[in-house]
Design a protein around this ligand. Structure first.
Ligand SMILES: Nc1ncnc2c1ncn2[C@@H]1O[C@H](COP(=O)(O)OP(=O)(O)OP(=O)(O)O)[C@@H](O)[C@H]1O
Ligand SMILES: [Mg+2]
Length: 224
């Protein structure tokens, strides 16, 4: 772990069990993890081990059964639903495998939409993101006019536009060919270093995981 940097994410004793139709699926049994500002961490684990569940809980999209999640000095579980939505908007960047761009907005508007709502639009940073992500010639296009790699670069730009505390990504390069995945992840690593935010990325690829600062593995409901 990077020393001397503030902790942006702290997860303590997190537990989660899904209960449906008389069935109980114990997914997280007491997960602990911390990420410092600027630290880039890969989260691996077999299919069904609970990686997406953990990311959803951190993002406040679902509630844990027990334990605590702190983003900087905010306890996510203490917030109301509206508070968690505001936290996602203002302090978190989210990138998923399906890029979730807004189909009716062009690239430019997809990029600025969230940061404007959050009141955190920064023109100089926006221009830098457009340049670094190579989106200058694509600003007036719509998502369905972009390749997968281009859409993913827009999704990363959008997630970083408001300079979040923490970037959460769930297999962000899962749909991309190896070379494109490498390029997109290299950009994400550099831009994360630029903003100094924390970065937690789910990946099945040990090769991609090895390019981050640290790797944690989720197995049998625990992180090692
Ligand atoms: N909403 C839900 N209701 C019931 N069970 C669920 C729900 N979401 C996930 N699960 C179960 O919880 C376990 C963990 O799922 P999760 O999606 O977190 O795994 P994952 O590690 O992300 O897997 P993958 O690598 O395949 O994406 C699985 O057994 C899954 O079937
Ligand atoms: Mg998953």
């Amino acid at each position: 772990m990077a020393t001397g940097k503030p902790i942006v994410l702290s997860v303590r004793n997190l537990t989660k069990t899904y209960r449906s139709a008389g069935e109980q699926i114990v997914v997280l049994r007491g997960v602990n993890l911390s990420i410092a500002a600027g630290e880039r961490v890969a989260l691996t684990g077999e299919s069904g081990s609970g990686k997406s569940t953990l990311l959803h809980l951190i993002a406040g999209l679902d509630a844990p059964d027990g334990g605590e999640i702190r983003l900087a000095d905010t306890s996510v579980s203490d917030l109301t639903d509206a508070g968690r939505a505001a936290l996602r908007r203002d302090r978190l960047g989210l990138v998923f495998q399906q890029f979730n761009l807004i189909p009716s907005l062009d690239v430019e508007d997809n990029l600025v939409f969230q940061s404007r709502i959050a009141g955190r639009h920064d023109s100089a940073w926006h221009a830098e993101l457009v340049e670094r992500l190579g989106l200058g010639g694509l600003l007036k296009r719509y998502p369905d006019q972009l390749s997968g790699g281009q859409q993913q670069r827009v999704a990363i730009g959008r997630a970083l536009a408001a300079k979040p505390l923490l970037l959460l990504a769930d297999e962000p390069t899962g749909n991309l060919d190896e070379a494109t995945a490498d390029d997109v992840l290299a950009l994400a690593r550099d831009l994360v270093a630029r903003t100094g935010c924390g970065f937690l990325m789910v990946t099945h690829s040990t090769r991609l995981a090895a390019t981050l600062d640290r790797r944690i593995h989720l197995h049998a409901g625990l992180v090692a």
